[in-house]
Design a protein around this ligand. Sequence first.
Ligand SMILES: Cc1cc2nc3c(=O)[nH]c(=O)nc-3n(C[C@H](O)[C@H](O)[C@H](O)COP(=O)(O)O)c2cc1C
Length: 189
Amino acid sequence: MPDALSLLRTRRSVKPVELAGPGLSAAEVETLLTIASRVPDHGKLVPWRFIVFDGDARLAAGAAIAEVFRAKYPDAKSEQIEFERLRLARAPLVIAVVSRAMPHVKIPEWEQVLSAGAAAMSLVFAAHALGYAANWITEWYAYDRAVLDSLGLAPHEKIAGFIHIGRHASRAEDRPRPALSEIVTRYGR
Ligand SMILES: Cc1cc2nc3c(=O)[nH]c(=O)nc-3n(C[C@H](O)[C@H](O)[C@H](O)COP(=O)(O)O)c2cc1C
């Protein structure tokens, strides 16, 4: 297990298709969810929730995604529909982070949305800390109302991300990161 600082410094996303099994134990999934739900939350509103997709449930959800895709694109080829059916089965575990942000008398919705983003990032870091790799993605189905209905999201709920989690044998090559000089200013200097 890498120490916290080196994990934070070196974390890198891994493509969903490169996230292999065997999947996580029930105890590991509970650890991930416990860590993901320990994020800053102005007003203690708990403006997020999680949906776990593992085993055959990934394919059941994928069938719903494929059905919506077929209805949208009646001329789609069978390979394309099959690709959609397997969307959530690329990694052994997918956890959807659902934003439940709503208008509130005191707490801006923006802050509630940020809290869901923090939950998603904590989930990613927790997966890496457990020795797995992860990828925070949304893709088209995160924004499709018919898919959201089939996944049980209420009208005000949104997908903050589908966090794909699995094993990755090699270290993923890094990508360029912004230079601090481009993104940091010292106020007053
Ligand atoms: C809200 C959100 C949604 C994202 N959705 C996608 C996506 O649908 N497809 C994708 O390739 N990357 C997506 N990304 C980017 C990846 O999570 C990741 O940051 C990117 O692959 C770069 O890798 P890195 O995490 O190692 O910097 C998304 C990131 C965020 C924050």
